[in-house]
Design a protein around this ligand. Sequence first.
Ligand code: KG4
Ligand code: ZN
Length: 334
Amino acid sequence: EKPNIILGIETSCDETAAAVVENGTVIRSSVVASQIEIHKRFGGVVPEVASRHHVEQFTVVCEQAIKEANVEWEDIDAIAVTQGPGLIGALLIGVNGAKALAFAHQKPLVPVHHIAGHIYANRLVNEMKFPLLALIVSGGHTELIYMRSHASYEVIGETRDDAAGEAFDKVARTLDLPYPGGPGIDRLASKGEPIIDFPRAWLEPDSYDFSFSGLKSAVINVVHNAKQKGETISKENIAASFQESVMDVLVAKTMKAAKEYHVEQIIVAGGVSANQGLRKRMESACHDAGIPLSIPPLKLCTDNAAMIAAAGSIGYLKGDRADLALNGNPSLAI
Ligand code: KG4
Ligand code: ZN
């Protein structure tokens, strides 16, 4: 594999991020300017507000990433940028900024799919062993992806409605927890008991698809009914029961697919892979099945640019190139 140094850029949602990664495996720097505090007061990401903050942060974050990596522009082989999916206004700041940098410094521009980024976050900590199965669980995605080799993606299952992280965020909001709701539910769940029997959407017996909107509505109904009747509820037990419902389905379908496809490794990626309950359940299921598991450390689970540079390194070696006509694509397919 040809040695390479990639500058990665990520602006698809509410983090402005830039990172320098060597050979797709070694983080030289990773800078993330999070807008969580700004969006918290609105209870979710406000797209136009996100775009404006990306504009303010873009140059600062890129310069800091290069400085912290201790590299010169001439050392950088290519610029990798998230092309999609994501918020179009947010994506455009990263894409246009990356195009400007590529033009100014005469560097190849490599377009990266955001989900490929989440998957390749794993390569920054573990060797990838093919064929593998990746469970992607984030605020916008719930997907099971089979990979025969690098950069080969076969989606074998996906959500038919809400993404797992979206369900966490909406349930959190009913429990008056701040945005993003995942960490708050995770904390409450660790103190509660899963005694409420919420629905699990198994769908057709042979399907690897997911559905979380029925579960989400069931939880919201329980909370609203209790509020209306003036009954006190245990937020801890609700969080634990909701989380258990989500995890039962995620873990069972992932393990079934892993066995059917005879994979050498299971990867979990995306913001929800920060969930302590999911990490524990996947660890024990993979241990029992004798399949190696890779989950990135927490700071590489949520959006960052090191993962984009890691995926970009593979794209760069494969010859993926974009010209200055590159556009953001909010619904880019993997
Ligand atoms: O990957 P990510 O940072 O952004 C997207 O690409 O969507 O994922 C964000 C999602 C949010 O829905 C957030 O609530 C969820 O990841 N999340 C968690 C946890 N930490 C973040 N969900 C469950 N448990 C957590 N500990
Ligand atoms: Zn993400």
